[in-house]
Design a binder for this molecule. Sequence first.
Ligand code: FAD
Ligand code: NAD
Length: 466
Amino acid sequence: MNSYDVAIIGSGPGGYVAAIRCAQLGMKTAIIEKYSTLGGTCLNVGCIPSKALLDSSHHYEDAVKHFEEHGIDIPGDIKVNLKQMIARKQSVVDQTTGGIDFLMKKNKIDVYEGLGSFKDATHITIKGKETTEIEAKNIIIATGSKPSSLPFITLDKERVITSTEALKLTEIPKHLVVIGGGVIGLELGQVYKRLGSEVTVVEYMDRIIPTMDSGLSKELNKVLKKQKFTINTSHKVKSVERKGKEVIVKADNKKGEEVIIKGDYCLVSVGRRPYTDGLNVEAAGVKLTDRGQIEVNDHLQTNVKNIYAIGDVVKGAMLAHKAEEEGVFVAEILAGQKPHIDYNLIPGVVYTWPEVASVGKTEEQLQEEKVDYKVGQFPMRALGRSRASMDLDGFVKILADKKTDEILGVHMVGARAADMIAEAVVAMEFRASAEDVSRMSHAHPTFTEAIKEAALAATEDRALHI
Ligand code: FAD
Ligand code: NAD
C-alpha cells in the first residue's frame, strides 16, 4: 500500500493548489479525483468555460451592435456558430485541465483517478477502474459542491437545466427562464441574451445579486434592463413543469398574484450545495454541519485531528480563489507555519458586462455594524477611457471610515471591474486610507482613474472630473 504525508480528495482549485503547496513544502503528496480530468468544477464546468462563453458571446455582440459605429463594416450577415463556440470553450477547458496534469507531474504528486472514500481516519479506498487503498498521515477534503435545486423541480438536464448543461447547449434557447438572479443566472443569462435568446430572470429576493452592496444590484439591474433582460424580483417560484419543448414556470409575485412564464429552457441557478456523496466521512468520524458542510475550526481542521477541509465543501464564499487560499493555508499549517487568511478581503466578481466587483464591507453591513462611514463615488461615464471604448455604465464606490479615512469597502460596476478590484484589495490589505489612494498616480486614460476619483470624493469630496 502506498503511504503519503498528505492525501487530498478532490482536484478543484482548492485541492490541486493544496497539493502543489504541500509538495513545495516537501511532503509526499497524493491527489484523488473521481473524474478523468483534473481541475474540479472551476476548470471543467465553472469559472473557465463560463468565461470562455462570456468572451465569445461578447465578441458576437460587439460585432452585431458596435462594429458599425467603430467604422468596421462586415459584408453579409454575422451569424453565431454555436457548435464552434462550444467547441472553442471545450478546447480552452482541455488546455487548462491539461495544464494541471503538467503541474502535478512537475511537483511529483501522485494522481489517483477514482472515487475516494474513507476507510478510517488514515486510509482511503479509491474506486476507479480498479480499487486501490492508500494511507496518509494527513488528509485534506476538497470535494467541492454541486448545483442545488428546489424540492419541487425535476432537473431533466435537457430543458430544465443547471449551469453544467447550460455550458454545452446544442441550440440557442428562444426564451431562457432563469431561476435565481445570482452570479450563475446573470452570467449565463447574459451569454444567451447576447446570442439572441429572450431571458427572464425570476429572483426570490427583492434585488438581483442580493448578497452584494445594494448599489451594485441597482446599477446592474438598470444596465441589464437596458440590455432587454426581463427581471422579476420578489418572485417566489412554486412550480416548474416541462411539456414537450416548453417549460412552464409558475411563481407568486410580491402581491401574492400568480405569474406564469413560458420558455423553452429553464436554468435553475439557486446556489450550490457542499458535496460529500460517497466520501463515507462517517468511517473517519468527521462531523458535518446541519447544512451538509464539513465542519471545521479556524484552522480548517475537522473534529478529527489529521483531517482538514477546504473550499466549497466548508463554510464561506463558494469561490475558486477562496478555495485556493485555503489550500495554501492548510498546506502551510501542516508544515508548521502560521498562515493567515483575511476573509473580508476575498473579492467577489460577477463577469457580466459591465462587470461587477466588490471587496470588504457593503454599506448594508457597515450600517448593521453601526460603523460611521463616508462614501466617495465616481461614474465611469466621466472617464475619457470609457468614452473611447463606449463602456459608459457603472461607477466606483469607496466606503471609508469617517474618522480614520481607512478604506472599508470598495464596490464597482464597470468595464474591467474584475481586474480593477485587485487595486482595492492591495489598498485594503495594507490598510490604506482613501487619501493614500487619491494621492497615487493612476495611468491616463484608464478605467482605474475612477478608483482615484472615488478616493478623492471620499477624502474631501473633491473628485476632479465631475
Ligand atoms: P470543486 O472545484 O468543486 O472540486 C471538487 C472536486 O472534487 C471535483 O473535481 C469532484 O469531482 C471531486 N470529488 C468530489 N468528491 C470526490 C470523491 N469522493 N473522490 C474523488 N474526487 C471527488 N468561482 C470563481 O471564483 N470565479 C468564477 O468565475 C466562477 N465561476 C463559476 C461558474 C460556474 C458556472 C460555476 C458552477 C461555478 C463558478 N465558480 C466561480 C465557483 C467555483 O467553481 C468554485 O468555488 C470552486 O470550483 C470550488 O473549488 P473546490 O476545490 O472547493 O471544489
Ligand atoms: P448565488 O447564491 O449566487 O445565487 C442564487 C440566487 O438564487 C440568489 O440570488 C437567491 O436569492 C436566488 N434564489 C434562491 N432560492 C430561490 C428561489 N426559490 N426562487 C428564486 N430565486 C431563488 O448562486 P449561483 O448563482 O447558483 O452560484 C452558485 C455559487 O457559485 C455561488 O456561491 C457563486 O459564488 C459561485 N459562482 C461564482 C461565480 C463568480 O465568482 N463569478 C460565477 C458563478 C458561480
